[in-house]
Design a protein around this ligand. Sequence first.
Ligand SMILES: [Zn+2]
Length: 404
Amino acid sequence: MAPRFVRQSPPGRSAAGRRRAMFALAAVLVVATGCKLSGPAGASESATPAASTATLEAELSDALGARLTKTLEGPALEAHFMNIGQGDAILLRSPAGKTVLIDTGPPGADDVLRGYLDGLGVDRIDLMVNTHPHSDHIGNTRELLSWMPVGRIFDSGFAHPTATYEKLLEAIEARRVPLRIVRGGQVVNLDEGIRLEVLGPADPLIDKSRSDANANSVIIRVDYGEVSFLLTGDAEEETEDRLLAGDPAKLRATVLKVAHHGSKHATHQRFLDAVSPALAVISCSADNTYGHPAPETMQRLKKKGVPALVTSKLGHVIVATDGRQLTVNHDHALPRRTGDARLDLNSATRSHLEALPGIGEALADRIVRDRAANGPFRTVDALTRVNGIGEATVEQIRPMVTVR
Ligand SMILES: [Zn+2]
C-alpha cells in the first residue's frame, strides 16, 4: 500500500488555517494556563501549586538544559498527552498539520477527546493507532470514527474477543477505513523530516506473559531532527526484554511515554537505562485503583534524574519540538479555539442551525439526522446532500458556518 501521507503536497490544512490553529494553541498555552514551564518562571494561576510548578520547571531545566526553550525557532511537531482519565490518548501533529492519534482513552471520555481535538481545530486523523485492544486505549475509537474522518488504522492484531474491540472492528469495516496489522519495522514518513517507526510487536507474538494484550502493544518511535519520542502503550517487562534483545540503540529517546500508566510491571532499570530519556510522561487518573503510577517506577525515574510529568496532576501535557529544542506545557483546561466564531456544522445543535438564514426548523432537523446517519460533513458544500438544501442556501450561509 502506498503511504498516504509521505510529503503530501499541498498539506491537508491550508497554511492560513494552520496559522490560525497554531495561534489558537499558542494563545491557549500562554494565556489560559499560566503553566508555561519552558523558560523563565511566570505567574501560576492554575490548579497546580506554584511551588510544585517551580520545582518541575527546575527539574526540566536540569534535565533538558539549553534544549528547553519558551519559543521554538523552527516548524513544530506537537505531542499532546491528553488528560483523559485512566488510559492513554496521544495526539501528534506535524508542522504541515498531519495528525496521528495514538489511543483514545477509556470509555466515557469521548467528550474530552472530542473537545480537545476540536479545540485544536483538528478535523482529520491521518493515522490512528490502537496500541492494544484494552478499553482504556480503544474506549472512544468507535465514537471518533463517527465524527471524524480517519485515514488509516494501525492495530496490534492481538486477538481480544471483548464486545468493545469487536464492535470497533465492525465499525472500522463498515466505514472502510484501511486497517493494518503492524509489526516492528514498519516506517511512516509523517511529514518532512518526521519519521515514525513501529518497534513492536514482533512475530511470534509474546504469549503466556502476565498480560499478553499489554505485552504485544504497538510500540512507536518518532524522530524529528535531534529529538525523539518513544511511545510504549502498555508494554511490560517481556516486551522490554525483547526490545533490548533487538536493537537497543533504537530505544534511546528524548521523551518517554512511560508504559502502562507507570505500572511496576514496566520501565525496568535496564530498559530505562537504554532509553535514557530527558523527560517522561505518565498518563493516568488521580484516583485509579491500580496504584498508578507505581512508587517503584517513580523512584527509578527520579534516581535517573528524569522529570516525570503525570497527567492526573498536571492536566494535558504538551511537548513541542522543532527538532532541536523543546517547549513543555501543561493545562487542566481543554484548548480553546480563538478567532473563529463560525458555527461548526458537525457539532451545532438543532436550535443553532435553525437560526441560520434559509434553514429553519425542518431543515435543521434534517441536517442533524443526516449527520447521525451519514457521519460528519467534510465540507460546507456537502450540506447539499441534505434533501431540501441547494447551492443557493449553501452560498447564503457559507460565511457563517464551517466544518471541524
Ligand atoms: Zn492501559
